[in-house]
Write a protein that binds this ligand. Structure first.
Ligand code: ADP
Length: 547
């Protein structure tokens, strides 16, 4: 909505007077230090990826200040996190924990509730606490980015890899609790974690897995980063994509370094992907494909050059297929429709064998062509895949944002069985909605053997209300269309979480009712990240917050 009147800053949390809020802030400043509590009362700056704001969503999809915080707090230890949590309970102020807040496309650092206090854990809690080169594991705090962990691992001199997502600036811990993925064989970040320390919404601290059993002489348990399950119910999962706790430490497994070869295969025809998918599935399940390979539409070969759309096409609406073809013809990928990026791992003879099978199987698809890095120019995207697929963090994927002026993006990320028919159904509904809203369709499939993360990147112009509204409405429509066909998202932007959570409604919303029971038991005052992942505490439930 248009704002006619300037609001007084900072925007307050719900149901609290300015006087009471000021009193609360003064108390918190006394408890954890004046400089560790910042009011959000200055103009909002979107910045850019490496200088991202922790005051709002840098990739705002509604008004810039629709998801703003009232203040940001920087705890320096688990004890200080407990202090802030107890403070939030006393004043009934919602707090929203972030590790680094580079969760762009999913809400960034923004709280779901306007005026909540953002708990920026990463600023001061940024230590790699331990690297165990023999156990091939590490223990990190929320502020450790992929770049930082990479450097710390390199500095040990041991041949170990980390696993990084497409962009290396995010938090290792934050990404894993949001169940993000990367591209080495350790690409399932939650699956490769081992042990957590969590501050519960009441202020209590727990350690999960073997961490619950104290080590000798007060040390950490020696198996905390070795055995994931410990004893009793496996609770780690409930602290991911939820609002049940604040993760202050997390263990991860590191992969022993190995030789690797990345390759790219191009496919000629747009409608060949069902055939491509049925070739991929057995190879993926049999682990001939060594990692999470990506299948991308050829339009992305244009976008990853970092040149704006206007360089390729300056007409209105979607860039026509013929124009994409014209440009692709002049690029290393040539006149193709799909590009597959994969990597094989292990000693020479392993990789040679795997590549032989890959060549043979994909070779059965008419017009396909396999290329190795040495056959491609130095600035080709495949070289960036070589880095990412061997755990070297990069920023190349940011080039995408140049597609439109003031570029921002939003993800549609449904899960599909790794089958041609299913992927076809999803692509068709995406195509229809993208045409309807005049948005360029950028589909990528991240294939994890039995399922594929279908990632559709909606790029929009942040300075244009119209561009934002189109992206917003297109995403809403696709979520509904997909659910009607039985497909659901693995992750979504904070403003779409009610809708997505609402699609996981089997047996009269039994899962959400269980989540609400857990929420009310663990967070009786409803202070921790209300509304995150569609989970609302009793205090907010059914009072008009859901969108
Ligand atoms: P990144 O900077 O790695 O992209 P964020 O810090 O933005 O990650 O976190 C991603 C999501 O996970 C956010 O929605 C945030 O609420 C949640 N989150 C991040 N860190 C924690 C944590 N330590 N405890 C609980 N939830 C967290």
């Amino acid at each position: 909505a248009e704002r006619t009147q300037a609001e007084e800053l900072p925007i307050l949390p719900p149901e609290i007077t300015r006087e009471r809020f000021n009193e609360a802030v003064a108390e918190l400043r006394k408890d954890i230090g004046e400089k560790n509590v910042e009011l959000n009362d200055k103009p909002l700056i979107d910045g850019w990826y490496m200088e991202h704001p922790n005051t709002h969503d840098a990739f705002h999809i509604m008004e810039q200040d629709d998801t703003v915080s009232s203040a940001t707090v920087y705890p320096g230890s688990t004890e200080e996190v407990q202090t802030v949590v107890r403070w939030a309970n006393k004043y009934l102020i919602p707090i929203y924990p972030i590790s680094m807040g580079r969760n762009l496309g999913y809400g960034g650092a923004a709280p779901r509730i306007r005026g909540a206090v953002v708990l920026d854990l990463g600023r001061r809690m940024d230590k790699v606490l331990k690297i165990d080169p023999d156990n091939c594991s590490c223990l990190v705090e929320p502020g450790v980015s992929y770049f930082a962990l990479y450097e710390a691992v390199q500095a040990t001199g041991y041949p170990l890899w980390i696993d990084t997502p497409d962009l290396g600036g995010g938090s290792v811990l934050g990404n894993a609790v949001d169940r993000g993925v990367g591209y080495t064989p350790y690409g399932d970040h939650f699956g490769c974690h081992c042990g957590m320390e969590v501050v519960l919404p009441t202020g209590e601290v727990v350690r999960t897995g073997m961490g619950a059993l104290p080590g000798k002489n007060g040390e950490d348990n020696p198996c905390w980063q070795s055995f994931q399950y410990g004893y009793g119910p496996y609770s780690d999962g409930i602290f991911t994509q939820s609002n049940f706790g604040i993760v202050t430490k997390m263990g991860f497994w590191l992969m022993p370094a190995t030789d690797h070869t990345s390759y790219m295969i191009t496919f000629r025809d747009e409608d060949q992907y069902p055939e491509i998918m049925s070739t991929i599935r057995p190879l993926a399940i049999n682990k001939v494909l060594g990692n999470v390979p990506q299948l991308r539409h050829v339009i992305q070969e244009l976008a990853v050059t970092g040149k704006p759309k206007s360089y390729f096409y300056d007409g209105p609406g979607q860039i026509p297929r013929e124009v994409i073809r014209k440009w692709a013809k002049e690029m290393p990928c040539g006149d193709c429709s799909w590009v597959f990026y994969g990597t094989v791992y292990g000693p020479d003879e392993f990789r040679r064998g795997q590549l032989e099978i890959i060549r043979r199987e994909f070779g059965k698809i008419d017009g396909s062509r396999l290329m190795l890095p040495e056959e491609l120019p130095e600035d080709h995207y495949l070289h960036s895949r070589v880095a990412v697929c061997s755990g070297v963090p990069v920023l190349r994927e940011l080039d995408w944002l140049q597609w439109l002026p003031n570029g921002a993006h939003l993800f549609f990320a449904p899960i599909a069985p790794t089958s041609g028919e299913d992927v076809k159904r999803l692509f068709e509904l995406c195509r229809k909605r993208h045409e309807e809203y005049g948005i360029d369709l950028f589909p990528t499939l991240c294939v994890a053997s039995r399922e594929s993360h279908v990632i559709v990147n909606l790029v929009y112009d942040r300075s244009s209300k119209e561009s934002k509204a189109k992206a917003y409405n297109c995403l809403r429509a696709m979520i509904a269309d997909a659910a009607a066909e039985g497909y659901g998202e693995y992750r979504t932007h904070i403003l779409f979480s009610d809708q997505v959570a609402g699609t996981y409604n089997w047996n009269n919303n039994a899962l959400m009712r269980m989540n609400e029971a857990l929420k009310d038991a663990l967070d009786p005052n409803g202070i921790l990240a209300p509304g995150k992942n569609g989970i609302w505490p009793k205090r907010f439930r059914g009072k008009g917050w859901e969108i």
